[in-house]
Ligand binder design. Structure first.
Ligand code: SME
Length: 157
């Protein structure tokens, strides 16, 4: 249950490692995708205080804003557009250390400086992306990519 979620201290890896079983318990008994995305966004925001963390869901040829925590964001992103649409098109995680150097980056907030996007897969298709923005440059690395991939895998079960 959400109220049993514990904020964890330690290295980034230790935090993700401690978070995963809690997230598994949180979403394990709930089949609804959007409800689980909402709780995952809330937990990631509470644990890491990311500037913006949330999901865009694939609907037709666009990504549509889903559950998130943070400032108001753009609602629709075309396939191949921005970091999110590019991660969708390529079916791969993208780490952007400096959003100003990513061609076509969509700036929902001028405060966002770096970003990571992880595709959410189901039966071989991208059904959504997890997008995390930081107000700091170079905030995300392969540790985030590896553990956030495990986090979004919880949505595909
Ligand atoms: N920066 C993203 C758009 C979404 S917001 O960051 C919440 C992009 O370029 O796809």
């Amino acid at each position: 249950m959400a109220e049993e979620f514990n904020i964890v201290r330690g290295t980034k890896e230790e935090q993700y490692k401690a978070l995963l079983p809690q997230l598994r318990a949180l979403v394990g008994g709930e089949p609804d995708l959007v409800a689980n995305m909402a709780n995952i966004a809330a937990v990631l925001k509470a644990q890491f205080d990311f500037f913006w963390v949330g999901f865009y869901l694939v609907k037709g040829d666009e990504l549509i804003l889903g559950p998130f925590q943070g400032p108001v964001a753009c609602t629709r992103i075309g396939k191949g557009r921005g970091v999110c649409g590019t991660a969708w098109e390529r079916t791969e995680a993208l780490i952007v250390p400096n959003v100003d150097t990513f061609p076509g980056h969509i700036a929902c907030s001028a405060q966002s400086k770096s970003e990571i996007v992880i595709p959410v897969m189901k039966h071989g298709d991208v059904i959504a992306v997890l997008d995390v923005d930081s107000e700091y440059l170079n905030h995300f690395d392969e540790t985030d990519a590896a553990y956030l991939a495990k986090v979004v895998a919880l949505l595909s079960r």
